[in-house]
Ligand binder design. Sequence first.
Ligand code: TRP
Length: 368
Amino acid sequence: MPADKQTRLDPWGATLIKDYERVIQKFGIEAFDKKILARFPDPNMLMRRGVVFGHRDLQLIADAYKAKKPFACLTGIMPSAEQLHLGNLTVIRMVKYFQDIGAETYLLAADLEALATRGISLEEARRRVVEFYLPAYIALGINPDKLHFYFQSQNQSVKNLAYEFSPRVTANEFRAIYGEVAAPKIMSSLLQSADILYPQLPENGGPKPTVIPVGADQDPHIRLARDIVHRVKTHIFVPPTSVYTKFTPSLDGSLKMSKSKPGSYIAIPEDPDVAAKKIFSALTAGKKTAAAQRKYGADPNKSVVFELLKQHLMEDDKKLERLMQDYRNGKLLDGESKQIAAELMRKFMIDFTKKFEAAKSKVNHLIS
Ligand code: TRP
């Protein structure tokens, strides 16, 4: 079978979602291919396994890294929920990666966006960010000692920049990019463009390549910021770089893990036993009976359990490849793959909670 062959040639290539190729073509995103991968030191497992699937202008970051010139990385925390979930990890891991290879790293709390689009008060947003998100990001590997952090509501330069951008965008353009023109969205997207370009202001050392790791759903913001760069007359900006990570599927196999389906997502933090148990409810590709699966094998790329191993749980490429192979040829059954993933999930939660507690004492210098 050709599909099988393909899978064997490229163990990381296939995913539950077939449409990333189309996303790439439709929006002019560049594929994250071996050539660009080879330009980065110690790629993390998301990069090695094609969970990072696309980019815009990532060569600018590779060039800066090679020339030992400054470059930045930025991401935003949307405090619309009380917790993170597994799907949020990919972006955080990419920010950690760029921070580790020397990016000036910026993290912001999108409290104004949460206010405008979700009706969350600034006080509530602040509480969530200080008590939960900041320690959580640190627990997940972000180094607080090499981090610029701000709240949108407190960053005068970012707000001014958003106002400066406003005459450079038309209603038609908003409609084309976002599908509708609504005041909260307009304000939030101008502000997000300002966030994205903030590391390049003179007060932050001037123009420099800046990478924004995002899920594909944030691409409209990237496109807007890239358009604005060419229109502002008062500043010089390098067009922002983006890298795109695939979604983590929800446990029932649908495209994207989300809070709106309580049984189908894994929160961070979650009780280790509950998280482990949830793994057993995940969609797999196994045959109806153990005997049939032993005989015919099953496709790991259609199993949410394997997708979780690949995206989040199993660091060791060789080990994962072996498990996939065993699943394909019927040596490894669903129950066994779930057992392995559940155990790793349990360990992840225990480890996270420990690091989270330790990180609480490290946020003070960030929030002034
Ligand atoms: N809109 C983003 C979200 O919903 C949050 C955000 C605000 C952001 N400013 C940003 C993300 C700048 C990346 C870069 O999650």
